[in-house]
Design a protein around this ligand. Structure first.
Ligand code: IMP
Ligand code: MG
Length: 429
């Protein structure tokens, strides 16, 4: 045993990066198992803000870093992040799975073309080429990190990749695919000598570490409701975001997972299109967006904001085997008279307790709310000062809110976070 998974139970941006950075002291390695550079994991240390898209959030703690086969890797972004951390005098001990697929120029180009083609029905992707990379993987036309280690295998991967991407870009989208495909292959060859040193067998490394009684933290990207099956399809990302994908995306047995920490914000946000039952709208939303700095870490887009959906969280926590919750950004809700939490969905004359699987049914549903008394609006310094007095020194109604969430979701709230820095976090006993 001794692998812990941290996943988001909403639409991403729950504060996983911060929770991982705060918790990873007791771990030997931090691994990413899904998504790609669409993720934006923000970590704040000593007032300095870092946003990582591919490097696991343990990077600033000098942990061993693993990027599993379940991740799609954009070599340009990976090397850029490595340069950034090098400028902080950190030399990450990084291993990228030889089975991880590479996101290349034509994937990013196709992401834009496909979103454009869909017009009003666009998913609102991050334009990072994620779904075309996963599509090429499924079409058996991908280029994998391990191909960089073997000229013959790179040559043959390039052949299938080039022929499919040329055909799609010119045949489907009517653009000239030749140049972009050729440029991307030249670029991979140029970057290969630098990338090779990081590529290897992540599954073996992770299993060896666990056999030696090492502790592994598995970092999920995005959130439960962006999962390709369990999210609000088709307004989802291109892969799995659930805790149960963690072992598959890194190459360890599922029995190794001892703990699953589900991260939720005290309210909900989502970027991109798709149904959002508890969306607030109006001035309340705008005020929270500014206060909580709710703008995409990857795209800068304003995030849509809604009340906490405890029914959706309960469903996600149950299916993910969540053993404890981390509740973030309770400070941001401070200053409201009343705080709403959705505990079910009104569908005509019936009350549903689980989110429906289709977006048309979701659009029909109205949230059923419970209301809680608010807590004061305090400065970040005031929150920190209160936190220094221990968990029970935090505002009473904020703690009661945490207890109610615990009851509604059916899983204990173990951590309460009330500021962006790694120290603004307390364990709820
Ligand atoms: P894609 O993953 O770029 O294909 O985007 C699909 C959907 O997932 C869009 O609604 C994106 O905004 C959303 N998404 C992808 N990654 C993240 C993330 O890390 N945080 C929040 N939303 C994300
Ligand atoms: Mg994010």
């Amino acid at each position: 045993m001794s692998a812990t998974v941290v996943v988001g139970l909403q639409w991403g941006d729950e504060g996983k990066g911060k929770i991982i950075d705060s918790l990873c002291e007791g771990f030997d390695a931090v691994a990413r198992f899904n998504g790609g550079s669409n993720a934006g994991h923000t970590v704040v240390v000593g007032g300095n803000k870092f946003a990582f898209h591919l490097l696991p959030s343990g990077v600033l703690q000098g942990k061993k870093l693993l990027i599993g086969n379940g991740v799609v890797v954009d070599p340009e972004i990976l090397l850029k992040e490595l340069d950034e951390v090098a400028s902080l005098n950190l030399t990450p001990d990084l291993l990228v799975s030889d089975r991880a697929h590479l996101t290349l120029g034509p994937h990013k180009f196709r992401d834009r073309l496909e979103e454009g083609r869909r017009g009003a029905a666009a998913v609102g992707t991050t334009m990072r080429g994620i779904s075309p990379t996963f599509a090429d993987r499924a079409l058996r036309a991908g280029v994998r990190a391990g191909d960089l280690l073997d000229d013959e295998s790179l040559k043959s991967a390039f052949e299938t990749f080039a022929s499919l991407n040329r055909a799609l870009i010119s045949g489907v989208y009517g653009e000239d695919g030749d140049a972009i495909v050729k440029d991307s292959m030249d670029r991979v060859k140029e970057l290969a000598p630098r990338l090779r040193q990081y590529v290897g067998d992540v599954s073996k490394a992770a299993n060896d570490l666990l056999d030696r009684k090492g502790k592994l933290l598995l970092e999920g990207a995005q959130g439960y409701y962006l999962d390709i099956d369990y999210g609000t399809y088709p307004y989802v990302t291109a892969t799995h975001t659930t805790a149960s994908y963690a072992p598959a995306g890194i190459g360890i047995p599922s029995q190794r997972i001892e703990e699953v920490i589900g991260v939720i914000k005290a309210y909900c946000t989502r970027v991109g299109s798709g149904p959002f039952i508890t969306e607030m709208g109006g001035q309340a939303e705008e005020a929270l967006r500014r206060k909580g700095n709710e703008y995409g870490a990857t795209t800068g887009r304003p995030r849509r904001i809604g009340w906490l959906d405890a029914a959706a969280t309960r469903y996600a926590a149950k299916a993910s085997g969540v053993t404890s919750l981390a509740l973030t950004k309770v400070d941001v809700l401070g200053g409201l008279d009343r705080v709403s939490v959705c505990d079910g969905y009104i569908d005509g004359s019936s009350l549903r307790m689980e989110p429906p699987s289709t977006i048309s049914a979701l659009r029909r549903c109205k949230p059923h709310y419970l209301e809680f008394e608010g807590w004061p609006d305090l400065s970040p310094e005031a929150w920190r000062k209160l936190g220094e007095g221990g968990i029970s020194a935090l505002p009473k109604n904020a703690l009661e809110f945490a207890r109610s969430v615990e009851e509604l979701v059916g899983v204990r709230v173990r951590y309460v976070s009330y500021g962006p820095d790694r120290i603004d976090l307390k364990e709820l006993k």
